[in-house]
Design a protein around this ligand. Structure first.
Ligand code: PRP
Length: 216
Protein backbone atom coordinates (compact mmCIF):
# COMPACT_ATOMS: atom_id res chain seq x y z
CA UNK A 1 0.00 0.00 0.00
CA UNK A 2 1.29 3.48 -0.80
CA UNK A 3 2.03 5.88 2.05
CA UNK A 4 -0.69 8.31 3.14
CA UNK A 5 -0.45 11.22 0.75
CA UNK A 6 -1.05 14.84 1.78
CA UNK A 7 -1.70 17.52 -0.83
CA UNK A 8 -0.42 20.91 0.28
CA UNK A 9 -1.35 24.20 -1.34
CA UNK A 10 1.76 25.80 -2.77
CA UNK A 11 2.57 29.39 -1.92
CA UNK A 12 0.95 31.30 0.93
CA UNK A 13 -0.15 28.25 2.95
CA UNK A 14 3.02 26.26 2.36
CA UNK A 15 5.23 27.61 5.17
CA UNK A 16 2.53 27.37 7.85
CA UNK A 17 1.60 23.85 6.71
CA UNK A 18 5.20 22.68 6.96
CA UNK A 19 5.57 24.36 10.38
CA UNK A 20 2.47 22.44 11.54
CA UNK A 21 3.89 19.09 10.40
CA UNK A 22 7.19 19.89 12.10
CA UNK A 23 5.28 20.57 15.34
CA UNK A 24 3.77 17.09 14.95
CA UNK A 25 7.33 15.72 14.88
CA UNK A 26 7.70 15.20 11.13
CA UNK A 27 11.06 15.70 9.51
CA UNK A 28 10.18 17.96 6.56
CA UNK A 29 13.69 18.47 5.19
CA UNK A 30 12.76 16.92 1.83
CA UNK A 31 9.95 19.48 1.46
CA UNK A 32 12.17 22.35 2.55
CA UNK A 33 14.86 21.29 0.05
CA UNK A 34 12.47 20.20 -2.65
CA UNK A 35 14.17 21.67 -5.69
CA UNK A 36 11.81 20.80 -8.53
CA UNK A 37 10.45 17.58 -7.03
CA UNK A 38 6.70 17.48 -6.54
CA UNK A 39 6.23 14.39 -4.37
CA UNK A 40 8.24 14.51 -1.16
CA UNK A 41 8.56 12.09 1.76
CA UNK A 42 8.04 13.20 5.36
CA UNK A 43 8.48 10.98 8.42
CA UNK A 44 8.17 11.17 12.20
CA UNK A 45 10.31 8.08 12.64
CA UNK A 46 7.27 5.77 12.72
CA UNK A 47 4.90 7.03 10.04
CA UNK A 48 6.04 7.65 6.49
CA UNK A 49 3.89 10.00 4.43
CA UNK A 50 4.17 11.72 1.08
CA UNK A 51 3.61 15.42 0.53
CA UNK A 52 2.37 16.62 -2.85
CA UNK A 53 2.66 20.33 -3.60
CA UNK A 54 -0.13 21.63 -5.81
CA UNK A 55 -2.24 24.64 -6.71
CA UNK A 56 -5.22 25.15 -4.40
CA UNK A 57 -7.88 23.94 -6.85
CA UNK A 58 -5.79 20.85 -7.65
CA UNK A 59 -5.51 20.00 -3.94
CA UNK A 60 -9.31 19.71 -3.85
CA UNK A 61 -9.34 17.65 -7.08
CA UNK A 62 -6.66 15.23 -5.82
CA UNK A 63 -8.38 14.71 -2.46
CA UNK A 64 -11.83 14.39 -4.00
CA UNK A 65 -10.53 11.71 -6.37
CA UNK A 66 -8.65 9.85 -3.66
CA UNK A 67 -5.19 10.11 -5.22
CA UNK A 68 -4.30 12.13 -2.13
CA UNK A 69 -5.89 11.17 1.19
CA UNK A 70 -5.54 14.48 3.00
CA UNK A 71 -5.32 18.10 1.83
CA UNK A 72 -4.53 21.54 3.18
CA UNK A 73 -6.42 24.20 1.27
CA UNK A 74 -8.03 27.59 1.83
CA UNK A 75 -11.72 27.90 2.62
CA UNK A 76 -11.91 30.29 -0.36
CA UNK A 77 -11.14 27.45 -2.76
CA UNK A 78 -13.54 25.12 -0.95
CA UNK A 79 -16.33 27.70 -1.17
CA UNK A 80 -15.64 28.26 -4.85
CA UNK A 81 -15.30 24.62 -5.88
CA UNK A 82 -17.54 22.74 -3.50
CA UNK A 83 -16.89 19.02 -3.79
CA UNK A 84 -17.28 15.80 -1.89
CA UNK A 85 -14.80 15.34 0.94
CA UNK A 86 -14.68 15.84 4.69
CA UNK A 87 -13.55 19.20 6.02
CA UNK A 88 -12.15 18.03 9.36
CA UNK A 89 -10.33 21.01 10.86
CA UNK A 90 -9.86 24.76 10.69
CA UNK A 91 -6.07 25.03 10.87
CA UNK A 92 -6.19 28.65 11.99
CA UNK A 93 -3.54 29.96 9.61
CA UNK A 94 -3.96 31.64 6.24
CA UNK A 95 -6.55 33.90 7.79
CA UNK A 96 -8.09 36.43 5.41
CA UNK A 97 -11.58 37.31 4.22
CA UNK A 98 -13.70 37.57 1.14
CA UNK A 99 -14.65 41.18 0.52
CA UNK A 100 -16.55 43.28 -1.96
CA UNK A 101 -14.40 46.28 -2.90
CA UNK A 102 -14.82 49.35 -5.09
CA UNK A 103 -12.72 52.35 -6.16
CA UNK A 104 -12.43 54.62 -3.11
CA UNK A 105 -15.41 56.92 -2.59
CA UNK A 106 -17.63 55.18 -5.11
CA UNK A 107 -21.17 54.35 -3.94
CA UNK A 108 -21.63 50.79 -5.11
CA UNK A 109 -25.37 50.72 -4.42
CA UNK A 110 -26.47 54.02 -5.98
CA UNK A 111 -28.19 53.98 -9.39
CA UNK A 112 -30.03 51.23 -11.19
CA UNK A 113 -27.62 49.90 -13.81
CA UNK A 114 -26.54 46.29 -13.71
CA UNK A 115 -23.18 46.17 -11.95
CA UNK A 116 -20.23 44.34 -13.36
CA UNK A 117 -18.15 42.43 -10.81
CA UNK A 118 -14.70 41.02 -11.48
CA UNK A 119 -13.48 38.01 -9.53
CA UNK A 120 -11.43 34.85 -9.62
CA UNK A 121 -14.26 33.39 -7.54
CA UNK A 122 -17.26 33.45 -9.87
CA UNK A 123 -19.32 30.91 -7.93
CA UNK A 124 -18.81 32.72 -4.63
CA UNK A 125 -19.64 36.02 -6.34
CA UNK A 126 -22.80 34.55 -7.89
CA UNK A 127 -24.08 33.28 -4.56
CA UNK A 128 -23.26 36.55 -2.78
CA UNK A 129 -25.39 38.54 -5.21
CA UNK A 130 -28.12 35.91 -5.44
CA UNK A 131 -28.48 36.26 -1.69
CA UNK A 132 -28.86 40.02 -2.18
CA UNK A 133 -31.37 39.46 -5.01
CA UNK A 134 -29.16 41.59 -7.19
CA UNK A 135 -28.65 40.90 -10.86
CA UNK A 136 -24.97 41.41 -11.75
CA UNK A 137 -22.62 40.56 -14.60
CA UNK A 138 -19.62 38.59 -13.43
CA UNK A 139 -16.29 38.75 -15.25
CA UNK A 140 -13.77 36.02 -14.49
CA UNK A 141 -10.24 37.32 -13.89
CA UNK A 142 -7.33 34.98 -13.15
CA UNK A 143 -5.14 37.18 -10.91
CA UNK A 144 -4.51 40.76 -9.75
CA UNK A 145 -8.28 41.28 -9.83
CA UNK A 146 -7.75 44.79 -8.42
CA UNK A 147 -6.82 45.85 -11.93
CA UNK A 148 -10.32 45.31 -13.31
CA UNK A 149 -12.03 48.37 -11.75
CA UNK A 150 -8.92 50.49 -12.27
CA UNK A 151 -8.94 49.68 -15.97
CA UNK A 152 -12.68 50.31 -16.14
CA UNK A 153 -13.66 46.70 -16.75
CA UNK A 154 -15.81 46.38 -13.63
CA UNK A 155 -17.61 48.42 -10.95
CA UNK A 156 -16.33 46.24 -8.14
CA UNK A 157 -14.39 43.13 -7.24
CA UNK A 158 -14.96 40.18 -4.98
CA UNK A 159 -11.58 39.01 -3.77
CA UNK A 160 -9.62 37.84 -0.78
CA UNK A 161 -8.22 40.54 1.45
CA UNK A 162 -5.50 39.77 3.95
CA UNK A 163 -3.65 42.90 5.07
CA UNK A 164 -5.69 45.25 2.85
CA UNK A 165 -2.47 46.61 1.38
CA UNK A 166 -3.19 45.64 -2.23
CA UNK A 167 -6.56 47.41 -2.08
CA UNK A 168 -5.09 50.50 -0.44
CA UNK A 169 -2.17 50.80 -2.82
CA UNK A 170 -4.53 50.59 -5.76
CA UNK A 171 -7.12 53.11 -4.56
CA UNK A 172 -9.80 50.58 -3.66
CA UNK A 173 -11.78 50.10 -0.45
CA UNK A 174 -13.93 47.41 1.11
CA UNK A 175 -17.69 47.96 0.86
CA UNK A 176 -18.60 44.77 2.62
CA UNK A 177 -16.89 41.81 4.30
CA UNK A 178 -18.42 38.63 2.95
CA UNK A 179 -16.82 35.65 4.72
CA UNK A 180 -13.89 34.67 6.91
CA UNK A 181 -11.32 32.41 5.34
CA UNK A 182 -8.55 30.20 6.74
CA UNK A 183 -6.72 27.01 5.84
CA UNK A 184 -8.73 23.81 6.26
CA UNK A 185 -7.75 20.17 6.57
CA UNK A 186 -9.76 18.05 4.15
CA UNK A 187 -9.90 14.26 3.89
CA UNK A 188 -11.02 11.90 1.15
CA UNK A 189 -14.22 10.11 2.15
CA UNK A 190 -13.05 6.57 1.31
CA UNK A 191 -9.60 7.12 2.84
CA UNK A 192 -11.12 8.14 6.17
CA UNK A 193 -12.88 4.75 6.30
CA UNK A 194 -10.27 2.50 4.72
CA UNK A 195 -7.19 4.00 6.35
CA UNK A 196 -8.83 5.11 9.57
CA UNK A 197 -6.07 3.68 11.76
CA UNK A 198 -3.51 5.94 10.08
CA UNK A 199 -5.61 9.06 9.46
CA UNK A 200 -7.52 9.32 12.76
CA UNK A 201 -4.40 9.60 14.95
CA UNK A 202 -2.97 12.20 12.56
CA UNK A 203 -6.13 14.32 12.82
CA UNK A 204 -6.17 13.92 16.61
CA UNK A 205 -2.53 15.02 16.80
CA UNK A 206 -3.40 18.14 14.77
CA UNK A 207 -6.47 18.86 16.92
CA UNK A 208 -4.30 18.65 20.06
CA UNK A 209 -1.75 21.09 18.63
CA UNK A 210 -4.58 23.48 17.68
CA UNK A 211 -6.02 23.26 21.20
CA UNK A 212 -2.60 24.05 22.70
CA UNK A 213 -2.34 27.09 20.47
CA UNK A 214 -5.83 28.41 21.23
CA UNK A 215 -5.69 31.74 23.03
CA UNK A 216 -6.97 31.28 26.61
C1 PRP B 1 -4.39 37.84 -3.19
C2 PRP B 1 -5.63 38.64 -3.49
C3 PRP B 1 -5.16 40.06 -3.38
C4 PRP B 1 -4.09 39.97 -2.31
C5 PRP B 1 -4.62 40.46 -0.99
O1 PRP B 1 -3.66 37.71 -4.36
O2 PRP B 1 -6.14 38.31 -4.76
O3 PRP B 1 -4.64 40.51 -4.59
O4 PRP B 1 -3.71 38.61 -2.21
O5 PRP B 1 -3.62 40.51 -0.01
P1 PRP B 1 -3.40 41.81 0.90
O6 PRP B 1 -4.75 42.23 1.43
O7 PRP B 1 -2.50 41.35 1.99
O8 PRP B 1 -2.77 42.87 0.07
P2 PRP B 1 -2.42 36.75 -4.49
O9 PRP B 1 -1.20 37.36 -3.92
O10 PRP B 1 -2.78 35.43 -3.91
O11 PRP B 1 -2.18 36.66 -6.07
P3 PRP B 1 -3.15 36.82 -7.31
O12 PRP B 1 -3.56 38.26 -7.39
O13 PRP B 1 -2.29 36.42 -8.46
O14 PRP B 1 -4.29 35.90 -7.08
Amino acid sequence: MRPIRIALTKGRLETDSIALFQKLGYDCSAVLNKGRRLILPISDGTNEMEVVLAKAADVVTYVENGVCDIGVVGKDTIMEMGGTFYEVADLGFGRCRFALAVPKGKDFYSGYHTRRIASKYVNVTRSVFEAKNMDVNIVKIEGSVELAPILGLSDAIVDIVQTGLTLRENGLEVVEDLADISARLIVNIASLKLRKSEIDPFITQIENILKEEEPT
